[in-house]
Structures are given as structure tokens and as C-alpha cells.
Ligand binder design. Structure first.
Ligand code: AP5
Ligand code: MG
Length: 220
């Protein structure tokens, strides 16, 4: 899933995972769990989360690899929420998927406008008190999404696996559209062996970002 903060990755991700009985791997949740448990990793990333900045790619990718290996052992399906967030992660994730035989079948994009996203996250702040749900930090998260993450969406379009859904509607309507689309795609997806999937030309990933090489991660 690639979507801005507040679009419903967590909400819809949980519903998709329950529907297909697969793990919901959410990088933000995993990172917040480390912060709460005050692990070394948690101490290293806490400030990034509080400021609405990306944590270093290698930290996220190691976490995702561990979760992906576990998902593979449990049957191979998964819902990934919160990653990739930049070009470096998109590329690394694809290579990891090839290596493990579990590249993404669908890239789900949830579309919603910034005003609505701000409204939802400020409403959530009152209930959950997430440290990054302040107006200033939400603005930073939205900016980072538009600058660095959203450009990846068109690359998935070029790969032919993009499913883009209007997430401005009520949760149930959004969920119905997503699950209907995923169920409709299922027979095709189930019958394409992993090794016959079209290999990715990384040049096109550069094009999606308007340049060929720079890995636009503000955190390095
Ligand atoms: P992460 O936890 O991924 O946060 P986010 O992307 O900012 O997204 P949110 O979790 O806030 O929103 P959501 O899309 O899950 O929406 P939700 O369903 O909760 O990342 C947090 C931080 O971790 C990052 O800033 C970064 O520091 C770090 N990080 C994570 N991944 C990283 C990576 N790959 N690389 C580097 N750093 C990384 O819904 C929001 C609210 O709206 C809820 O209250 C919900 O009930 C409500 N809602 C949902 N859908 C609807 C609807 N249709 N109508 C009305 N309300 C709705
Ligand atoms: Mg979330």
C-alpha cells in the first residue's frame, strides 16, 4: 500500500489481511513498537518518528525482510503497509521480492486530499495521542509523501499492478471497492508463476522520479 498519512493504510490493511488471512506488515507499527519497548532500534528511530521524517532505509528494509521471511514460512501472502516510501526502498523491495519469490501482485494506492487527511489525523490525535499527530508534524509527513513517496505510484502503474482507489469515501465503501477488485484479480494472480512475472527495467523507476540515479531519501 502506498498512500499519504491518514488515507487509511492501517484501516484498510487490517481488513485486507483479515479477508485473505495473511499478515499485515506495517512498518510504522513495527517502529512504534520498538520505541514503546525502548529497544536500541527504538531509541535510534524515535526522533525521526516524532519529527515526521523517514527513518534510514536500511533499518526499515531489515525489518521488512524479517517480516517477509516469516510471511513466506506462513504461506507467502502479505499486506505491506508503509513501505516503500522512496525510490531506494522501492528498488530494494523489488529485489528482495525476486529473491524470496514474493514480489507484489498489487500496489494499492489510496487517494485523498490533504485537508481531509489533516482532519482525520487531528481527530485521531485526540483519541490515540500518537506523537507525530500534531498539526506541524502532519504537515511535514504530507510534504514528504508528496515530494518523495507519491512519485513511486506511477512506476507501479507502468508495471501494470497499480490499483488506485478513492479513499475520500466512508471506510466500508472503500473496503468494498478494494476487496471486490482484489477478488476479481485473484484468478489471474494465482495462475502467474512468480518466475514468469515481467522483470523490471530500473531505468523506468528513474523516469518515474524525473531523473535516473538520485535516491531521494532525506535521511540518507
Ligand atoms: P506510518 O505509521 O506508516 O504513518 P503514516 O504513513 O503517516 O500513516 P498513518 O498511520 O498516520 O495513516 P494511515 O494511512 O495508516 O491511516 P489510518 O488507517 O490510521 O509511519 C509513521 C512514521 O514511521 C513515518 O513518519 C516514518 O518516520 C516512519 N516510517 C514508517 N515507514 C517507513 C519507511 N518505509 N521508511 C522510512 N520511515 C518509515 O487512518 C487514519 C485515521 O483516519 C484513523 O483515525 C481512521 O480511523 C480514520 N479513517 C481511515 N479511513 C477513513 C475513511 N475512509 N473515512 C474517515 N476516516 C477514516
Ligand atoms: Mg498507519
Amino acid at each position: 500500500m502506498i498512500a499519504p498519512p491518514g488515507a487509511g493504510k492501517g484501516t484498510q490493511g487490517a481488513l485486507i489481511a483479515a479477508h485473505f488471512d495473511v499478515p499485515h506488515i506495517a512498518t510504522g507499527d513495527l517502529l512504534r513498537d520498538h520505541v514503546a519497548r525502548q529497544t536500541d532500534l527504538g531509541r535510534a528511530v524515535r526522533q525521526h518518528l516524532e519529527r515526521g521524517e523517514l527513518v534510514p532505509d536500511e533499518i526499515v528494509l531489515d525489518m521488512v525482510r524479517e517480516a517477509a521471511v516469516a510471511a513466506k514460512a506462513a504461506g507467502g501472502g502479505y499486506v505491506l503497509d508503509g513501505v516503500p516510501r522512496n525510490m531506494t526502498q522501492a528498488r530494494a523491495l523489488y529485489l528482495m521480492g525476486r529473491e524470496l519469490g514474493m514480489t507484489a501482485h498489487v500496489a494499492l494506492h489510496l487517494a485523498a486530499d490533504d485537508r481531509e487527511l489533516m482532519r482525520r489525523l487531528l481527530a485521531r490525535a485526540a483519541l490515540e495521542g500518537r506523537s507525530d499527530d500534531t498539526e506541524e508534524v502532519i504537515r511535514q509527513r504530507l510534504k514528504l509523501y508528496h515530494d518523495v513517496t507519491h512519485p513511486i505510484v506511477s512506476w507501479y502503474g507502468e508495471r501494470g499492478i497499480l490499483l488506485s482507489v478513492d479513499a475520500m469515501r466512508p471506510v466500508e465503501q472503500v473496503a468494498r471497492e478494494i476487496l471486490t477488485a482484489l477478488e476479481a484479480m485473484r484468478p489471474v494472480v494465482d495462475h502467474v508463476p512468480e518466475e514468469e512475472g515481467r522483470a523490471i527495467d530500473f531505468a523506468s523507476l528513474g523516469v518515474a522520479f524525473g531523473h535516473a540515479t538520485s535516491a531521494a531519501s532525506p535521511s540518507g
